[in-house]
Ligand binder design. Structure first.
Ligand SMILES: C[S@@+](CC[C@H](N)C(=O)[O-])C[C@H]1O[C@@H](n2cnc3c(N)ncnc32)[C@H](O)[C@@H]1O
Length: 250
């Protein structure tokens, strides 16, 4: 079984696959001044099993196209949509975020929590701009330095995991240079990492290992997550996910 398949399996039936919270999803939504508009069209890119998609669907009047490459996550999202009786508001789509079948100017809001790193912040915001209506909004969370200097250990870790990691001011400049005007920024609180993401993963380690008969590759997946969690606990004052809310310039 590939490392990716194992990772998807580790996240099976989890509420979310990255740090975040419904409060922060709503906070970002409120920073767009169109959140109360009727019949909004929203794309949620790298939606995973839809932790934020469900919150969004419950808080907008409109329709969401929820995109991910992993069918398992999309199936979970379809199940949840039925459970919450909002299946008419969410359509799932299995596509890659770097090659989306969207027409220019289709969406009022492009949303992406903890997923743009898969194609890179700059490449993503450039590519997705064309799918926005002229006064549409981009709402993305991305791993971000929250101090200007930091210990070498954490610098080296994130430079390997996510070479494009920047400070918020650098990312805001990238947004401004690429046809967006910032409308709001905040970084995720500690609970969104620990309570909502890492603790639930830690609880799944043992059943995951059992399911995979303690194979070397399953143990490796757990080891990598444990190292990441340890680094978060040690260096959390130096990085977080930054949430960027920006309006498309004309
Ligand atoms: C860290 S998870 C975040 C999921 C969700 N937004 C959340 O916060 O719970 C990143 C997601 O991006 C998806 N992904 C990775 N590469 C992708 C690609 N090229 N196109 C679409 N989705 C992709 C993964 O399957 C995964 O669901």
């Amino acid at each position: 079984m590939s490392a990716l398949t194992l990772e998807i399996d580790l996240h099976r039936n989890s509420e979310r696959q990255g740090p975040g919270s419904s409060e922060e999803t709503i906070k970002a939504l409120e920073l767009t001044s169109i959140s109360k508009k009727k019949d909004l069209k929203l794309a949620d890119i790298g939606c995973g099993s839809g932790g934020q998609t469900i919150t969004l669907a419950q808080n907008i009047d409109g329709h969401i196209t929820a995109v991910d490459l992993a069918s398992d996550f999309l199936e979970e999202l379809n199940e949840k949509s039925k459970l919450f009786k909002i299946e008419d508001k969410i359509q799932t789509l299995k596509e890659s975020m770097d090659c989306l079948p969207f027409q220019e100017g289709s969406f009022d809001i492009i949303w992406s929590e903890g997923a743009i790193y898969n194609i890179g912040f700059e490449a993503g915001i450039k590519k997705w701009r064309e799918y926005l209506k002229p006064d549409g909004y981009l709402c993305v969370s991305e791993i971000t330095w929250i101090t200007n200097t930091r210990p070498q250990e954490i610098e080296d870790y994130w430079k390997t995991e996510c070479p494009e990691i920047n400070t918020a001011s650098d990312n805001i400049k990238i947004l401004e240079d690429n046809g967006y005007a910032l409308r709001g920024y905040f970084c995720l609180q500690e609970d969104s990492w620990i309570t909502n993401y890492y603790k639930p993963i830690e609880k799944r380690f043992s059943s995951f290992l059992q399911r995979h008969k303690y194979s070397e590759s399953a143990r490796e997946v757990v080891k990598v997550y444990k190292a990441e969690i340890e680094l978060y606990r040690k260096f959390k004052e130096y990085f977080s996910y930054g949430f960027y809310v920006a309006k498309r310039d004309k």
